[in-house]
Design a protein around this ligand. Structure first.
Ligand code: ATP
Ligand code: MG
Length: 422
């Protein structure tokens, strides 16, 4: 059996924390079996190495290893992605397609962000876990597969179960063995080690001397809360490596790279701003722009539904939330509703006979393409990135709060974090 040390070297894992070593040891022990493993830990702690270790040390290592980010796949396509579909199963299904569970037969599937799976998909997954059976979307034929499942989550699964967002039976089935990766703030000894490694990597990448830390800067680094864990530490190391003229940073210089909310120390900088207090007019303008874009997308969705169904009453009922989001709370007001009805009278015929045949826009089932307008300029994307970064900083990495501030769903924010590699 390979030693923990050898595995760390092979998979580029830095750190000597006993809890980290225990997690790797558990992965080594469980690898040769087919037991399902659930990797838990906060965002950015390094969960993604564990399924790779498990696959590589298992008898399946010559089989396929497929990592699926469940949070990044739109709900409407996830079943088809995972289990495949039959030709004609839905508009756009022009060919029969194999899903990941079929393709990975004999290998390992890593279900990242498993807590994001829709409930209907959870039922299908439970069946695969229980007897290796699945059915393609639009088919009635039961197929067999032999796949080892490793899942990961950064959400509290018990909370999700309590809120009925995750099936309890599936949780127990997935977490036969649980491997927890500790947060960085509980691995104080590893923090400077990781910083040195990242600083030396970035020095090589940007062809600059390596940044170093004074003792008080190391102390600050170790007392910091690191809500974004190793991912955040790496970002800090990268920013300092690129931006600092003086290649030795003291605590004061380092402080500039650490959002004040994440420190265990008393805040150095006054933080009297309210949560959504945008610091500049420019930011407010961008916020307005993105709000408009989001409203426009919502309107497109409503219009498409109106054109397809034509039944305003049903649409009003089904999209109450969306309508009140676009038209404000006054959406419930009689006068505003009559405005919407007027729209129907003017342009949409009642659905009395055949529905109007509107060709569906082609859907690319294989790439999880976001709905981004093509004419959107790169600089707008830069601003979006900046806005997201600032909002995440303001909320110490808490996606829920940032998403609410940005007026987008958590799922969209998550996709953007991945898109921009934040
Ligand atoms: N021990 C480590 N040594 C070196 N780099 C690490 C270590 N742990 C994590 N990293 C790096 O930190 C980044 C975040 O790790 P990873 O993507 O595995 O996080 P995660 O736990 O899956 O987070 P999330 O829940 O947000 O997906 C990656 O770039 C990874 O290479
Ligand atoms: Mg991950």
């Amino acid at each position: 059996m390979e030693s923990v040390q050898a595995i760390k070297q092979r998979f580029g894992i830095i750190g000597n924390d006993p809890k980290l070593n225990r997690a790797i040891e558990k992965a080594i022990q469980v690898a040769p079996t087919d037991i399902s493993v659930l990797v838990t830990g906060e965002s950015g702690v390094g969960k993604e190495s564990i399924p790779k270790i498990i696959h590589q040390l298992s008898h399946r290592k010559h089989g396929k290893y497929i990592a699926v980010n469940c949070g990044a796949i739109p709900e409407g396509t996830i079943d088809s992605e995972l289990f495949g579909h039959e030709k004609g199963a839905f508009t756009g299904a022009t060919q029969t397609r194999s899903g990941y569970f079929e393709v990975a037969d004999g290998g390992t599937i890593f279900l990242d962000e498993v807590g994001e799976l829709p409930l209907t998909t959870q039922v299908r997954l439970l069946r695969v876990l229980e007897n290796g059976e699945f059915i393609k979307v639009g088919s009635s034929k039961v197929q067999k597969t032999n796949v080892r499942i490793v899942a990961a989550t950064n959400v509290n699964m018990f909370e999700a179960i309590k809120k009925e967002k995750f099936r309890e039976d599936l949780y127990y089935r997935l977490s036969t063995v649980e491997i927890n990766i500790p947060p960085l703030r509980e691995r104080k000894e590893d923090i400077h080690l990781l910083f040195r490694k990242f600083a030396s990597d970035f020095a090589l990448k940007y062809k600059m001397p390596t940044v170093k830390l004074t003792d008080d800067a190391i102390d600050l680094l170790q007392k910091y809360r690191w809500n974004g864990n190793i991912r955040q530490l790496r970002n800090v190391a990268e920013q300092a490596s690129v931006l600092e003229h003086n290649r030795t940073l003291n605590a004061q210089a380092l402080q500039h790279y650490l959002p004040s909310g994440g420190s265990n120390l008393p805040a150095v900088i006054s933080t009297t701003k309210s949560e959504s207090d945008f610091s500049s007019e420019r930011e407010i303008l961008y916020k307005v722009l993105f709000d408009m874009k989001s409203d426009l997308n919502d309107l497109k969705k409503l219009t498409m539904e109106l054109m397809k169904n034509g039944n305003v009453k049903d649409i009003q009922k089904d999209h109450e939330g969306l309508i009140s989001k676009i038209y404000g709370n006054a959406g419930a007001d009689e006068s505003d509703i009559s405005d919407i009805e007027d729209l129907e009278v003017l342009s949409i015929p009642e659905k009395t006979h055949e529905p109007i045949d509107i060709p569906e826009p082609p859907i690319d089932k294989y790439h999880f393409a976001e709905e981004i307008d093509e004419e959107e300029t790169l600089s707008l994307q830069d601003k979006e990135l900046e806005l997201i970064k600032k909002s995440l900083e303001r909320h110490q990495g808490k996606r829920k709060l940032a998403a609410a501030e940005l007026g987008i769903s958590e799922r969209t924010l998550y996709r953007k974090i991945k898109q921009y590699d934040l």
